[in-house]
Design a protein. Structure first.
Ligand code: ZN
Length: 86
């Protein structure tokens, strides 16, 4: 269940398809966008995911193999680290 807290990056990644399908509840959507506001990593991830969907036509998070997913997750963790150093 979702609590009244900021979403984690992991949750944002899991919700990306729902967000892009525009089936997300307004409240949850607002929290999703609030996270994007403060997180360059997830903003970049969303942009990348959008591009992928545009190219492939359709993509579910369930279609992304776990190793690829963890690679993506660690990739944007690094981006966040870079941002801290900037
Ligand atoms: Zn994030």
């Amino acid at each position: 269940m979702f609590r009244r807290r900021r979403l984690t990056c992991q949750q944002v990644v899991e919700l990306v398809t729902e967000y892009l399908d525009e089936v997300m509840e307004p409240q949850r959507r607002a929290r999703f966008e609030a996270h994007l506001d403060g997180c360059d990593g997830c903003t970049a991830y969303l942009a990348q995911f959008r591009t992928t969907v545009a190219v492939v036509g359709h993509l579910d998070v369930g279609d992304v193999p776990a190793p690829v997913m963890s690679e993506l997750l660690s990739a944007f963790r690094n981006w966040t680290d870079d941002r801290d150093g900037a």
